[in-house]
Write a protein that binds this ligand. Structure first.
Ligand SMILES: [Zn+2]
Length: 458
């Protein structure tokens, strides 16, 4: 199976356009870590892949945390003395401090000011601010607009509800031959922010669609969850699935024009870390590999010491390092169809590595087999002849039952698909046997499979 080959037969502009349109569809929804905006978002994803939705009640203990009250908002504004709305939630949902308690009051500017949030460095952008765990209310607005406010009386109104309810998350499980799982996780809790949350949602959904219904080595679990508390809640409620995670990726901030960044798992040398680094190195784009740090997205929870799961984080521009981060400038113009399409391509290439990273045994290990006699000493087309022959020689040399194809790709400097193709051709010609994949229930030589497809939801 090669997702990459399949994707590369399609028009990247069309793929990028679809991803961007899905982000645009989700953009206006006012999401938070709980509430109807999150539910509506999951419902839109559910139109594409059959998500299973879970609702966890307020007050449920999840490790050291407690599921918070559910927040919903209908409206919010500040009116000036003439009755004109000068800040209006209906125009931009970032205007209301996320998780604001309800308020209806008239007050002077001096009383209002402690509840106003701006970014002086970018005076025309609206900041995104939250107050999940401290009950408060507030408005976010452009700094220039705040500077222009006169010392007068204002009417403030936030029609929100902060009540016992539920925390909602969605998961989609794609069964493979093995019950060992690959986790793909993204947060779905930010309101109208495009790169930070929607790019990850769009790409993860497209990847889920791509994997759906395939004959896969691994089972895949896609999580669409509110950041931090969602990951904590899922980890606290899914012990069995957690035990089966062999590889994982947090997808976020992958729609902007910046180069790739991959943040390694806490382990630092997990197969996912090596697969991602290898794919990005050969992606033809700028890329940087970052060591693990305990700050960032939900890899923080997956890589907490009690779990220490092999889960890394794939991004383009890194959170907090670009000015648009957590502002109204992280909008639909900030994410680009081409970047989204190439991010999906990188994810597909990483999945291809995980799916195909097998160990083989050279059945003719005493000196080189005579490739010419088997018609293998010339190209079958596609790759440059040098790469193709070279890949065959590397695979034959290092296939001692110990080295995986990723080991061989790394050591040879050749891209994984060339190494995988070489292994396929050599196996067809009786020169290699595959080392059985115990996790997938393979027993015999040459990959005779004894497992039925797992269809139960983990
Ligand atoms: Zn964020």
């Amino acid at each position: 199976m090669s997702l990459l080959k399949e994707l590369d037969q399609k028009d990247p502009a069309e793929i990028g356009g679809k991803l961007h349109r899905f982000a645009a569809e989700l953009y206006p929804i006012c999401r938070s870590i709980t509430g109807d905006g999150l539910r509506q978002t999951l419902a839109r994803i559910q139109e594409r892949v059959p998500l299973q939705i879970s609702e966890v009640p307020t007050g449920a203990p999840v490790f050291d945390w407690t599921v918070p009250k559910e927040w919903n908002i209908r409206d919010g504004f500040i009116k000036d003395a003439s009755g004109k709305k000068i800040v209006d939630f209906q125009r931009c949902n970032l205007h209301v401090l996320n998780y604001s308690t309800p308020v209806r009051a008239k007050m002077r500017l001096s009383e209002l000011k402690p509840h106003l949030f701006t970014i002086p460095e970018y005076p025309d952008w609206i900041p995104y601010r939250t107050s999940y765990y401290k009950e408060d209310w507030g408005f976010c607005l452009c700094h220039n607009q705040m500077l222009a406010l006169k010392d007068a009386e204002y009417e403030v109104f936030i029609d929100s509800a902060l009540e016992d309810g539920h925390l909602t998350y969605g998961e989609y499980y794609v069964p493979g031959r093995s019950t060992d799982e690959v986790l793909i996780s993204c947060h779905a809790c930010h309101p109208s922010l495009a790169n930070d949350n929607l790019s990850g949602l769009a790409v993860a959904t497209a990847l889920a669609e791509l994997l759906s219904g395939r004959d896969l080595r691994y089972s895949y679990r896609f999580l669409f969850i509110p950041g931090t508390i969602g990951a904590i809640t899922w980890l606290a409620s899914n012990h069995d699935a957690v035990e089966r995670i062999r590889h994982g990726l947090v997808l976020t901030g992958i729609g902007d024009a910046g180069g790739f960044h991959y943040k390694k798992s806490r382990r630092g040398d997990a197969e996912i870390d090596r697969a991602a680094a290898h794919v990005l190195h050969h992606s033809g784009e700028d890329s940087e590999i970052m060591e693990f740090s305990p700050y960032g997205y939900d890899e923080r929870q997956y890589c907490s010491p009690g779990f220490n799961l092999p889960v890394g984080c794939l991004m383009r521009s890194v959170w907090g390092t670009f000015p648009e981060y957590h502002t109204s400038a992280d909008n639909l113009d900030f994410i680009q169809p081409q970047s989204l399409a190439r991010s999906l391509r990188a994810c597909a290439a990483i999945v291809d590595v995980l799916e195909n990273n097998r160990r083989y045994r050279n059945l003719n290990p005493y000196c080189e087999p005579q490739l010419g006699r088997r018609n293998l000493y010339r190209s079958t087309g596609g790759e440059a002849i040098g790469v193709e022959i070279n890949a065959r020689l590397w695979v034959l040399n290092l296939s001692d039952g110990e080295h995986s194809l990723l080991d061989i790709a790394e050591r040879s400097g050749l891209p994984f698909p060339a190494i995988n193709d070489a292994a396929g051709v050599l196996r067809l010609n009786g020169l290699l046997s595959v080392v059985p994949d115990r996790a997938a229930g393979e027993a015999g030589p040459n990959g005779a499979s004894q497992v039925a497809r797992s269809s139960s939801k983990g």
